[in-house]
Design a protein around this ligand. Structure first.
Ligand SMILES: [Zn+2]
Length: 295
């Protein structure tokens, strides 16, 4: 089954719910980065919340999320666009720490002291960043707080990543519920009651809930699906993009690389693809910079 998300209006359009299944994307990330279980859960939860947030934006808009706690897995970087493409990596892929009950201790891996930074590139002049403090490092609580503080949208975030004994991700997904301005108090009270007795997202994921099952559970059946969108782990890195990156180093720095290493090998953090630049490639870049200066 492919990963996908659904967006729904609920309770007379006063509440929006985004729900997603992200198992394939999280397992792909686990495989390419060689993630140990707690790192897999930390990155998987962040990829999932990223995919859900991406659905709030247009297809050509991009979000870059940086979760920077004081735990060994931090920082976690996730990038998404409004098309449902997600990619990400974690600083330390080899964290495995459990609570006494056997659950993965994501709060330890991420750390509860630090920040979430969300940079939005909405094709305006400059991207802009909103930030908030981490609360527990468990990701869902941290993003609930982020939406309240940085975006002033009362929200509830639920995320779950189930890792098997062979370290593979067998189920992942989550939801974001947001209350629209002007929502009547009785709807809020009703929601609080529902959320108070709602199964944890991790349990819904483990039990194989689809996005629509989650939406039904959260809204007690009072919903209207607006959109269904595929989610894919997709890296759009390219030789040209890395070449532009090298160019920004400037002539002195590039000359130093030529002198010391006679070329350079760059690797994409998101997909591990390697791009080689020979001494000649680097010299061409220098000529280009010089030419542009002389224009
Ligand atoms: Zn890449």
């Amino acid at each position: 089954m492919k990963d996908y998300l659904q967006k729904a209006y609920c309770f007379n359009k006063m509440v929006r719910v985004y729900a997603a299944r992200t198992t394939e994307a999280c397992e792909h990330a686990r495989k390419i980065h060689g993630l140990w279980p707690t790192s897999a859960a930390a990155l998987g939860r962040t990829l999932t919340v990223g995919a859900l947030m991406g659905a709030m934006y247009k297809s050509n808009e991009r979000l870059s999320i940086r979760v920077e706690g004081d735990g060994p897995a931090s920082p976690i970087i996730v990038e998404v666009n409004g098309n449902g493409d997600v990619r990400g990596f974690v600083k330390n892929p080899e964290v495995f720490m459990q609570y006494n009950n056997g659950k993965l201790n994501v709060g330890y891996a991420v750390g509860s002291n630090g920040f979430i930074h969300v940079t939005k590139d909405l094709n305006l002049k400059e991207p802009f960043t909103s930030s908030s403090n981490l609360v527990t490092g468990e990701i869902a609580e941290d993003f609930t707080y982020y939406f309240a503080i940085s975006e002033q949208v009362p929200s509830s975030v639920g995320l779950g990543v189930k890792v098997d004994t062979d370290n593979s991700v067998i189920a992942a997904g989550g939801f974001i519920l947001q209350i629209m301005p002007g929502c009547p108090d009785e709807v809020i009270t009703r929601l609080e009651t529902i959320l108070g007795s709602l199964k944890p997202a991790s349990q819904m994921i483990e039990e194989g809930y689809t996005p629509e099952d989650m939406i039904r559970e959260i809204t007690l059946g009072d919903y209207e699906i607006l959109e269904t969108k595929e989610i894919n782990y997709f890296c759009d890195c390219s030789y040209d993009r890395f070449r532009r990156g090298i160019k920004t180093l400037g002539i002195n720095e590039i000359e130093k690389i030529i002198k010391e290493d006679h070329g350079c090998e760059t690797q994409c953090h998101f997909c591990h693809k390697v791009y080689d630049f020979s001494e000649n490639d680097l010299k061409e870049i220098i000529t280009e910079i010089e030419d542009e200066k002389n224009v």
